[in-house]
Design a protein around this ligand. Sequence first.
Ligand SMILES: NC(=O)c1ccc[n+]([C@@H]2O[C@H](COP(=O)([O-])OP(=O)(O)OC[C@H]3O[C@@H](n4cnc5c(N)ncnc54)[C@H](O)[C@@H]3O)[C@@H](O)[C@H]2O)c1
Length: 503
Amino acid sequence: MTDKISIGVVGAGAMGRGIVQLFAQAGHPVRCFDAQPGAAAKAVEFVLGMLQRNVEKGRLAANEYEHIRARLAVAEELAGLAGCQVVIEAIVEDLGAKRALFGQLESVLGESAVLATNTSSLIVSDIAAGCSRPGRVAGLHFFNPVPLMKVAEVIAAVRTSPETVRLLKSITEGAGHRAVVTADQPGFLVNHVGRGLYTEGLRVVEEQVASPADVDDILREGMGFRMGPFELLDLTGLDVSSRVMTSIYEQFQHEPRFRPSSLVAPRVAAGLFGRKSGEGWYRYEKGELVKPVPRGAPALPAGLKVWTEPEGPAASALRTLAANAGLMVVERAADADLVIIQPWGMDATTSALSLKLDPSKTVAVDPMTPFELRRTLMLTAATSSQVRDAAHALLTSDGVAVTVINDSAGFVAQRVMATIVNIAANIAQRGIASVADLEDSVKLGLGYPHGPLAWGDRIGGARILAILKAQQQATGDPRYRASPWLLRRVALGLSLTTPEVTR
Ligand SMILES: NC(=O)c1ccc[n+]([C@@H]2O[C@H](COP(=O)([O-])OP(=O)(O)OC[C@H]3O[C@@H](n4cnc5c(N)ncnc54)[C@H](O)[C@@H]3O)[C@@H](O)[C@H]2O)c1
């Protein structure tokens, strides 16, 4: 009963199976081939098993299951894909193997057939270059597990025709996934934006600002990320992630924003891959993550005099907290035993000195993370241990968790957010994708609560810029240089989602 185009899937592994399921469920006749004898049949069996479970749970009608089953076929040889209008390749991630396969497919398929690769890290144009009809070749990058991750990147290689992009977009959206179009650039869209969380998280740990578990807690609980960078690295496996980090850095011609951390190679060499090896940034017992025991809160000293910077967003909440804890709130910093500031961008030391405060009595609380959710307490290098403990005790006196970190321009959350927004702004600047595709791909592919440019707007573009400038000044590292996209929109008071006028 179908007028849907027929689809071939080559490679019946984790991704191939998901792709087979997605398109068969969407009403396409799907044929699956794998070089390993029996693998395609096993994949089809696996997909039918998944669908059978859906029937049992009442999510799929029994007659619909039968229709899908009738639409699924195993190709015993590559030639069995003859007549398919689109073939999606999900074989081993190896340029030589993919090129050889595409060459064979061209001789099997009709001239108008489209060939799509699910590669995550190769340059699609490199695969297409071995083909006689490169206009019909593109990337179609799904995420694991395919039926649940409702986004796919359609990668327009240099010679890909607009019709090929349109066809892939239409079958993907017809299957209920959001299809975002991206240029053939390293990491495409989702893995490109995703770099920020890892590179900056690793940099924070490298500089001894905070521990991996602290970084994860701050970002998960304070910012709404589903997982922190170190939890994610442990899940993916540091051996795998390390190769991705290096490949994206190499493909971007050593762009400092993507410079991998020197912390990684020794840990990979030592086998600290993460969950699969039982130890990574965390330890795992029987597959369960063993959380490090948080440092207990010190006791609150009586009679302490507290001053809070009046401009800080949590100034009044801090004063209430101090009063409720029985401490005295004073009007002049010079009269206080504990001085609390809330800088954007600047580190605690520079802020204390610029405000002419005593650095030994000064601590900083991150204004980025909502005060009621989680608090990050940053010290100057001169903060006394008594002041540190008093501030820690005060900040957790209403039961909210506190993370104590060392001095850093932009704390943890500000640094990571500024990095993510800046990378996204540069993707927009380079026209790798439209703003709408960029924003949606990140929400759907990475599960971030907002698109990165809209998130930058919520924080404030000017603040993002201030954080980047402060980091660049503090470290001299060009990785923090702001994208022209960000600079211009902040200067003009425009939303970071404002497209170029020519587009
Ligand atoms: N696993 C992921 O999370 C993920 C996500 C996005 C993209 N990808 C990409 O998708 C592709 C497949 O990944 P996977 O995780 O499904 O791999 P996998 O190892 O689970 O499956 C690969 C399958 O391809 C078959 N194969 C290998 N060479 C072949 C050939 N020349 N002809 C036919 N079949 C061949 C293998 O027998 C195997 O069944 C890779 O390019 C990978 O980079 C993977």
